[in-house]
Design a protein around this ligand. Structure first.
Ligand code: PA5
Length: 439
């Protein structure tokens, strides 16, 4: 697979000879369950249908809505939690500049030239301080809302939406035109609200679970509004799906197999380590995908994201030398665009002239290699995933790669990778404390 490469030699050395060959028939059987829809939870395989049968008309419709937002809004607030925001955040953080330029004020914009509105997220926690600050910040700005909830009943986004909707209705005569809902085709409170308000609506297919929904309007509308090429992102996933169909030379199957074998050796935690801060939110999305899909019935690796070099100066000590139950997957980029060369210094008072002329990318790469070698020596099995570049197409391929891998991985663990019964426990305790009718 050109866009995604997986290197496994530093993990294989922790396993018995032949372990990978021995597990191969089970891995291929799990892969067939995914392709043929014969495993538990197969009614939620719609994330594959999205990319085996692309809906170009929907992509164009989303693009048109995004264009309207980019013409009219200073800020788009995306309201959602879990799978209803992590994918959009992951892609937007990865593909937009570190230092963002705010859109020019409306009266200084040139004609109908598109600008990139600020994309803010809400509804993924219940901090009243955040909502208060957000409402203050929005004052005087042209605002659009995209409220995203498959069930339409999740408390965190529903509450934020109540505050933001009332604020929007107080401040804009055309408030209903500035709200886009993304939800179930028929059920839930957002569909009820729409009976009274003619909001633009996108549907989340019933057979696509929240954490697999980044390539539906859930992720694609905010991503397009951020000025990212959603067609390339989407078709990157389409290519990956084609390439990962064969069981031969399939890095998603290798990744699932090694994770499973290490889990069986009592490794308990997998860190996804990035050396490029813009990829950290990919880790947030990956955590939900793997945590909710695998963590059931006493199974699964606990997924945790680390950002290096930052975390080498905090968690690095533990990874190197703490309890030995960690495996590490590095997410690397072949070309990260960091071609800035270290300047020469005449006096060399900082002693850094040994690096003169080397690029930041080369130095960051050595930091990765050094970290990998040290962690392997310290007893941490390591795999490395390398993306060709941080661009829409390889990122789309990476999203599909992880989705396919986690489905196979869930079947290897003998769990249903597409449900999340454990998420209900906190809700029922919370609702009973809040005296929700019927709880
Ligand atoms: O993966 C999932 O299904 C969950 O994490 C949901 O995305 C999350 O609970 C939000 O649910 P909803 O979109 O129904 O508000």
């Amino acid at each position: 697979m050109d866009m995604i490469q997986l290197e496994t030699q530093h993990a294989l050395s922790f396993l018995n000879d032949g372990a990978r060959d021995d597990i191969r028939p089970a891995v291929e059987a799990a892969h067939r369950q995914v392709l043929e829809g014969t495993g538990p939870g197969s009614e939620f395989l719609g994330w594959r249908d999205l990319v085996t049968d692309p809906n170009d008309a929907l992509l164009e419709d989303i693009q048109a809505t995004a264009t309207e937002i980019r013409e009219r809004a200073d800020v788009l607030v995306c309201i959602g939690i879990g799978g209803s925001y992590l994918g959009a955040k992951a892609v937007i953080d990865a593909l937009t500049p570190y230092i963002k330029t705010p859109p020019p004020p409306a009266d200084e914009r040139e004609g109908d030239k598109l600008h990139t509105p600020e994309i803010l997220f809400a509804g993924h926690h219940m901090s009243g301080a955040y909502v208060r600050e957000l409402l203050d910040y929005l004052d005087g700005k042209s605002v659009y809302l995209n409220v995203i909830s498959k069930s339409g009943t999740t408390l965190e986004p529903a509450l934020s939406f109540r505050f933001l909707r009332q604020w929007l209705e107080t401040n804009f005569d055309d408030a209903d035109d500035r709200i886009i809902i993304t939800t179930d085709p028929k059920s839930g409170a957002l569909n009820e609200l729409r009976k009274a308000h003619p909001y633009k609506k996108y549907e989340i297919p019933r057979d696509v679970g929240g954490r697999f929904s980044v390539l539906t309007p859930v992720g694609l509308l905010p991503i397009a509004a951020a000025g990212i090429d959603i067609r390339s992102l989407f078709y990157g996933a389409v290519s990956a799906c084609k390439e990962l169909k064969s069981a031969e030379q399939n890095p998603a199957l290798d990744y699932a197999a090694l994770r499973y074998l290490l889990h069986e050796e009592n490794f308990a935690i997998e860190t996804l380590a990035v050396f490029e801060p813009r990829l950290r939110s990919i880790g947030g999305w990956w955590q939900q995908l793997f945590g909710e899909s695998e963590g059931k019935e006493g199974n699964g690796l606990f997924p945790a994201t680390v950002q290096y070099s930052t975390d080498l100066h905090s968690l690095g000590q533990y990874v190197q030398d703490g309890q030995r139950f960690l495996i590490e997957t590095f997410l690397q980029v072949a070309d990260d665009g960091g071609d800035l060369a270290v300047p020469h210094s005449e006096d060399n008072l900082d002693g850094l002239n040994y690096l003169s002329g080397k690029t930041m990318q080369e130095i960051n790469r050595k930091a990765f290699e050094g970290t990998r070698n040290a962690h392997v020596d310290g007893g941490v099995p390591v795999m490395t995933l390398t993306m060709a570049s941080v661009a829409p197409e390889p990122l789309g391929a990476l999203l599909y790669f992880f989705e396919h891998a986690v489905a196979v991985s869930g079947y290897l663990l003998d769990v249903n990778p597409f449900d999340q019964p454990g998420v209900e426990a906190y809700k029922s305790e919370m609702f009973s404390l809040l005296r929700k009718p019927g709880s």
